[in-house]
Every structure is written in structure tokens, then in C-alpha cells.
Design a protein around this ligand. Structure first.
Ligand SMILES: C[S@@+](CC[C@H](N)C(=O)[O-])C[C@H]1O[C@@H](n2cnc3c(N)ncnc32)[C@H](O)[C@@H]1O
Length: 278
């Protein structure tokens, strides 16, 4: 049956279906918030935030970024909590779909990039399965901010012909199952997300597979944030250096990390107090 459109209603964004007034379908926007510094947000992400009616966000998203959404927008934190109820991925998926089906513009704001270890793919699939429009806005992933801040390129002529992003996380605290032989080859950079607590087994596996213990390594905690910390070390001493940090942090290994800014020596921690963001 053809839809009857009421001019005054459609001018307000409402559609009249058989005499009933309904909101047009909403949409889910999977938006990358970047690594923390609000200036690393893309213009597209900013525009999506400014149009948001609901913002469903992770714990890693800063207040400065959340404040860019309209005051009237509903904000829901789905951060992992130790003491209170955390939302399961399935609950988050259902929440996004339910708000969009109510006709709301839903921004799912995620640290870094939504498709880099961010479970954005699962949220996209849930929206698609429910027939809800889903748009993705990329963000600056933590590895890019960490390498830029340290002045150490992820690829570098003669020192790093490839870069690989891996996760150090595995179910129930088990060791990650990675292709150690491939990651142990020289002249490449390996970036480990969520690997701080697994630094010891990761370093052991890589060295057992043949990567030189003297390979330069960098650990960056809170990349791009006011409390960013960097530790320069070597693969052999990675676990010792990691023990001084509590995350969120990246382990970055490879010959090109020799270019990273260091303190007065191996293992020194540089704390970079950034200029005010505002
Ligand atoms: C669930 S993953 C999300 C990654 C995110 N989607 C991205 O693209 O950066 C969380 C992990 O990313 C890394 N991470 C996120 N933000 C970071 C930051 N500002 N500095 C260092 N590491 C960060 C840490 O390894 C953290 O445990």
C-alpha cells in the first residue's frame, strides 16, 4: 500500500503511515573516537557525534570527547566494570538495534578504530541482521598514535618492511595463540594490543622462535593522552619493563623502534605532559 505523506509531518521528519505517525527509521553509527586526544577525532566523527541522540560508549573514551555530543543526547557507558554489572556484547548489540528501531540516531563510540580489536564487526552484523542502517567512521588506532608520539615509524626503509597488529588477549587468561615463527622474522614491526599482562610469555615465545633478544622494543601507555608514558627497552627485557605499567598500553617490537624517543637510558620512563588540549 502506498504511503500517505503528511506535508507538515514530513517537514518535521515524521512519516504518516495509514493515518499513524511514526518516526523515520534510526541508524547506528560505529564511530572511532581515536586514542584519547580529542584533536585526533576526525571531522566526520565530530559531525556524527553532534547529530547523536544516544551515545553508547566505551570506558576508554574521554569526557572531552563525550562533551562534544549534544547536551540532550542520552549517554550510556558500556565500559567493563569490576564491581558492577558489565554489559555483554550481545546486550550491547541488542541495545544499539533497539534504539535505532525506536527511530533514534545512535552513535556507538569506540576507542581507536571500531574495526581494530574493537568488536565493531559484531555490532555491524547485528544491525544488518535487524535491517537497521549501520555506518562506520574510522578512527586513529592506538598504534598510530603511539608510534607518532614516540617518533618511531611502524614501517621504515631497511628496518621494517611490514607491520602486524596482534592481540595479546586470549580467553580465560590463557596465552595468546599466535604465529610465532612468522612474527619472529627480522625487519618487521609487531604491535601487541591488550598484551601488557602477557609480556613475559609473548617475549619468551618470540625469542624461542628465533627473534633476537636485542630487538628494540617500546611500550606506550595512554598514547596521545596527557598521562602518556613510554618505556624503551629490548625484547629480552620486555616483561620487566611492562611490570612498571598498568595500561591501556601497547607493546611494539621491531628494529624501527630504535628510533623511539627514550629517556636517559634503557628502561627509563618518560612522562610527557602535553600542552592543554583546549
Ligand atoms: C579492546 S582494544 C581496542 C583498540 C582500539 N579499537 C584501537 O583501535 O585502538 C583495547 C586495547 O587497545 C590499546 N589501547 C587503546 N587505547 C590506547 C592508548 N591510548 N594507548 C595505548 N594503548 C591503547 C591497549 O592495548 C588496550 O588494551
Amino acid at each position: 500500500m502506498p504511503q500517505r505523506r503528511d506535508r507538515s509531518a514530513s517537514a518535521k521528519g515524521l512519516v504518516v503511515l495509514g493515518g499513524r505517525t511514526a518516526r523515520p527509521a534510526g541508524a547506528v553509527w560505529l564511530v572511532g573516537a581515536g586514542p584519547g586526544d580529542p584533536e585526533l577525532l576526525t571531522i566526520k566523527a565530530l559531525k556524527a557525534l553532534q547529530r547523536a541522540e544516544v551515545v553508547v560508549h566505551d570506558g576508554l573514551v574521554s569526557d572531552e570527547i563525550l562533551d562534544l555530543a549534544p547536551k540532550a543526547a542520552r549517554r550510556i557507558s558500556v565500559a567493563k566494570r569490576k564491581s558492577r554489572h558489565s554489559y555483554s556484547q550481545d546486550e550491547i548489540n541488542r541495545m544499539l538495534v533497539a534504539f535505532a528501531l525506536e527511530g533514534l540516531n545512535v552513535v556507538r563510540l569506540k576507542g581507536g578504530d571500531p574495526f581494530v580489536f574493537g568488536r565493531g564487526g559484531e555490532e555491524l552484523e547485528a544491525a544488518r541482521a535487524a535491517g537497521v542502517a549501520c555506518h562506520v567512521i574510522p578512527g586513529v588506532t592506538a598504534a598510530l598514535a603511539a608510534s607518532a608520539g614516540a617518533g618511531a615509524p611502524l614501517t621504515h626503509r631497511g628496518a621494517a618492511q611490514a607491520v602486524t597488529f596482534v592481540t595479546g588477549h586470549a580467553q580465560n587468561g590463557a596465552e595468546p595463540q599466535l604465529d610465532w615463527a612468522s612474527l619472529a622474522r627480522p625487519n618487521q614491526t609487531v604491535v601487541v594490543y591488550m598484551g601488557l599482562s602477557m609480556a613475559a610469555p609473548i617475549a619468551s615465545r618470540l625469542m624461542a622462535a628465533g627473534r633476537d633478544g636485542a630487538t628494540p622494543a617500546l611500550i606506550v601507555e595512554n598514547a596521545s593522552r596527557a598521562d602518556e608514558r613510554r618505556v624503551t627497552t629490548t625484547l629480552a627485557r620486555l616483561a620487566e619493563a611492562a611490570a612498571a605499567l598498568s595500561g591501556p598500553a601497547l607493546l611494539i617490537l621491531g628494529e624501527a623502534m630504535a628510533l623511539a624517543h627514550s629517556g636517559q637510558g634503557e628502561g627509563d620512563i618518560e612522562v610527557f605532559l602535553k600542552e592543554a588540549w583546549a
